[in-house]
Every structure is written in C-alpha cells, then in structure tokens.
Design a protein around this ligand. Sequence first.
Ligand code: CP3
Length: 344
Amino acid sequence: MRQAGRYLPEYRKLREDFAAPHKSFIDFCLDPVTATRAALQPIKRFPNLSAAILFSDILTIPFALGITPDFSAGSPRLAALREPAQITALIEQYKSCSNEVVNQKLNPVGKSVQLLKKELPATIPLIGFAASPWTLACYLIQGNSTPGFPATQQFLDQHPNTYLQLSALLEEYIIALLWMQQQAGADILQIFDSWGGLAPEEHFEKVISDPLIRIAATVAQWNVPLIIHARSPAATPFNWQRLCSQLPATPGFQRAISPDAKTDLTELLPSLPDDIVLQGNLDPELFTPSRPLSELKAALDRLAQILRNRPWICNLGAGLSPASDLERVQSLFDFLDAFRETSQ
Ligand code: CP3
C-alpha cells in the first residue's frame, strides 16, 4: 500500500513546508532528507508496521528521461509522446546508458534508500520500487491519467513495434533504478503495474508478462524478494495465472504477488504455485469514515480464512486515499495483533 501521503496530517505539513516557494512534488521526492522523513512518518505513527516503503514516485523514470511530470493539478501531467518519431528520438538519446543516467538524475533516490536504512530498526525491512514498462508507457504516451489511457491503447494498436521498442527502453531504466536501490540497501523490491489490467488480452504476453518475467529473472540474481502488484478493473482481469506460471522459480528467490482489491482470491489461489507469497488485498475504501469498522474486520477475517494455508503479507490492494481515517488504519493493526494471539 502507499503508506505515506495526504491521509497523514504530518505528511500534509511536511509537503506544505517544502512547497514554499516553488518546489514541485518531484523536487520533494528527490530531496533525500525530506523523502526520508516522509517515509518514516507512517512507521512512527503506526509502530506495528512490519515494513517501510521508500518515499519516491514511479514517475521519476520519465523525469530521468527528460520528461518531467507536473503534479500541481493533483494527477500527473507530462509532455505526451503521441508520435512514433518522438519515441524513436527518445530511444536514440537514452538507450544503452541507463545506469549512467539513473545514477546521475536519480542519485537522490539511492541516497534516500541509504538514509532510510540508517534510520530504520534492523527488524523493519525497506521496500524499494519502480513501475512496470506498461504503466510507465500509459503515462508517457497519454500524457496524463485519462481513464482507460485511450491514446496509449491506440498507439499500441497502430505502432506495435515502436511501442515494444519504448517498452524495452523502459525495462532497461526500471532495472537500473531497481539495481541502484538494491545496491543502496533495499531489502525487498516491488513492481507497480498499476494499469496492468488495461492491456488488451491479445497483447498480454508481449506488453505485460514478457517484460515482467525478464525483470523478475534479473532481480532473481540479486538475492532480494520481488513483489509484483497489478490493478485490474473487473472488466479486464489481470492474468495472474499466466504471469505466475512463468515467473522464474530460481532457488532462493522469493516471488510474491499483490493483486488489487477486486481480484477474487478464492478463484486465483488454486492455480498458483505454492511458494508464491500473497500480498494484499484489502479494499482501501474500507478505511474511509463512511464505512463501518465491522466491515474492515469482516474483510480481514475473510482474507485470513482464504489465505490460511499460504504465506501472506497483510496489505491493501491499493494506496490509502487522502480521505482515509487514521483510527481505521490503527484498527487494522489492532485486529492483526488479536488475530496473531488467537492463532498462536
Ligand atoms: O507508499 C509510500 O509511502 C511510498 C510512496 C509512493 C508514492 N507513489 C508517493 C506519492 C509510491 C509507492 C508511489 C507509487 C505510485 N505513483 C503509483 C503506483 C501505486 C498505485 O497507486 O497504483 C502510481 C500510479 C503513481 C503515480 C502517481 N503519483 C499519481 C497518479 C499521483 C497523483 C494521484 C495520487 O494518487 O495522489 C501521484 C502523487 C503521489 N505519489 C502522492 C504521493 C504521496 C501524492 C502527492 C501529494 O499530493 O503530496
């Protein structure tokens, strides 16, 4: 889940103090001291949290590629890459130098990881992250968060080869960013394929699973666990079964998946290899003040029942919205404590 953020008053204060006079959200992410403070806020408020996540954003990669996202209107806006020639030019400029560019432009992300590792108790592992190539391409081609990312879908249909070249470039940068985080001390890595469920079924292999499997095969060599998160609207379910059947089963490599709250785990679980850890998939809506606390408790009981025979990381299926109620978040930890006591 997105742990830090606007549902925390201390985050809003930090963000406001930092914004003066002209600092953007990307500046905030790329200021290691500030990003470290933001990442530690949820750990300080909820001492029962069992892991920390780096404070950064998936859109730091477009920034490294010279396309700076603007978050001033809330959801991100970027200079859209709608023409194949723009993408070819980007590839010409940035291919085969990902480690150099990432080290230079995203050096503060590595610094944040190092600072966080110093600050965190040894018992709390740090999760580093990046997006998937598809999710980044959604933003880069569309230029914003228009529902369904129609311009990206159209580009994929009309220029599949150029799309795949862009995807390969993004894959190179994602691996470079994950490598930097691992080298700086990240204990676990996570891929956010936030729009994974939007990729058309006929393109699933080339656009979604092939790149994710190659990224997983690379991370498998580094001795860190990898969690793959994807969101999948009910109309186009993300094909977890297909992805999981091909994720590398390298000895010593812990594979984990984090399906969104809409995914029906009772249907999914029987088809998954036994060693795959499940992270998720509570509905973030359950944390809004309008929802009775009993619903959260019932959802947690249901998850615990479904996942009783599996390694399970209790988490949300997506980030907490700014409207989330802090007491409901605390209740999750209280429920989990009680649950641990009764199941011992
Ligand atoms: O969880 C954490 O504490 C780590 C920080 C984190 C952020 N973004 C900070 C952030 C993480 C893990 C992300 C990942 C991210 N960023 C995703 C994948 C997760 C998901 O929700 O699917 C996506 C899609 C993005 C892109 C993004 N960043 C959007 C669409 C937005 C604006 C809308 C929104 O959700 O707020 C952001 C901004 C953003 N990233 C904020 C935070 C705390 C809010 C910025 C602010 O107003 O201060």
